[in-house]
Design a binder for this molecule. Structure first.
Ligand SMILES: Cc1cc2nc3c(=O)[nH]c(=O)nc-3n(C[C@H](O)[C@H](O)[C@H](O)COP(=O)(O)O)c2cc1C
Length: 209
């Protein structure tokens, strides 16, 4: 497959079934995440956290937590995408580098940290949760496109029990399980035809709804 960006977009499909016994190394996964980090995030808070699972026993537990969706069984990795509802509390830490480099003055740094913290605290818990999901979802899309560009297939999945996943992987309470992404080499013999897509005129209007 061509690595051309538009081709990657058109050829990414949600894998229906993966070829069994295909392994992916931690190095290969980290290579993808070294590009995922360039995704945008509100206030650059980088709310997304990924837990990658390649261990067979853990994969079996995730398979059960994903209501026995068969693709989890044969995937090379099952990746849990999390969103941090407390990302704003790390604004200070995240901006420290810019302060030390002199890119931000102490006054600008304090204003940035205070402004970011207030933005979330004033809006409350529902907003914190929504924003964790919003930002992690953008990151997850970037991950799936990068995976495709590197020759891997994925399937984003919401069909899983979040409490079970949280407990299997010891995920702290401030992280929302946003989606599960299975990754592997698709068994294209069982690929479904591309689902119907609305034409542009049905989902885009200009200047007013
Ligand atoms: C948030 C989200 C959750 C999804 N959950 C599942 C899932 O649990 N199981 C599954 O087989 N596919 C799941 N899908 C894949 C969709 O069915 C698929 O993206 C859609 O049919 C369009 O197909 P395409 O991605 O191949 O273009 C999910 C997709 C998204 C974006």
């Amino acid at each position: 497959m061509s690595n051309d960006f538009l081709t990657v977009i058109k050829e990414r499909r949600s894998a229906n079934k993966f070829l069994p016994n295909v392994e992916i190394s931690t190095e290969e996964l980290d290579d993808m995440f070294s590009l995922v980090k360039f995704a945008p995030s509100a206030f650059n808070l980088q709310h997304a956290h990924y837990v990658t699972v390649t261990d067979k026993a853990l994969m079996d537990q995730l398979y059960a937590a994903a209501y026995k969706q068969y693709k989890v069984k044969t995937a090379s990795a099952a990746i849990v995408v999390l969103g941090d509802t407390e990302a704003h509390l790390k604004a200070g830490e995240l901006n420290e580098g810019l302060l030390h480099l002199g890119i931000l003055s102490k006054q600008e740094y304090d204003k940035t940290v205070e402004g970011t913290t207030q933005f979330y605290e004033q809006r409350g818990d529902t907003f914190k949760r929504e924003d964790a999901i919003r930002n992690a979802s953008l990151s997850a899309m970037q991950f799936m496109l990068i995976a495709k560009a590197k020759g891997w297939d994925t399937c984003p999945m919401i069909g899983f029990d979040p409490d079970q996943v949280q407990s299997i992987l010891n995920i702290p309470d401030n992280y929302v399980p946003v989606m599960l992404i299975t990754l592997g080499k698709e068994d294209t013999s069982s690929q479904r035809p591309r689902g119907y897509r609305k034409p542009v005129r049905e989902f885009v209007t200009h200047n007013s709804f």
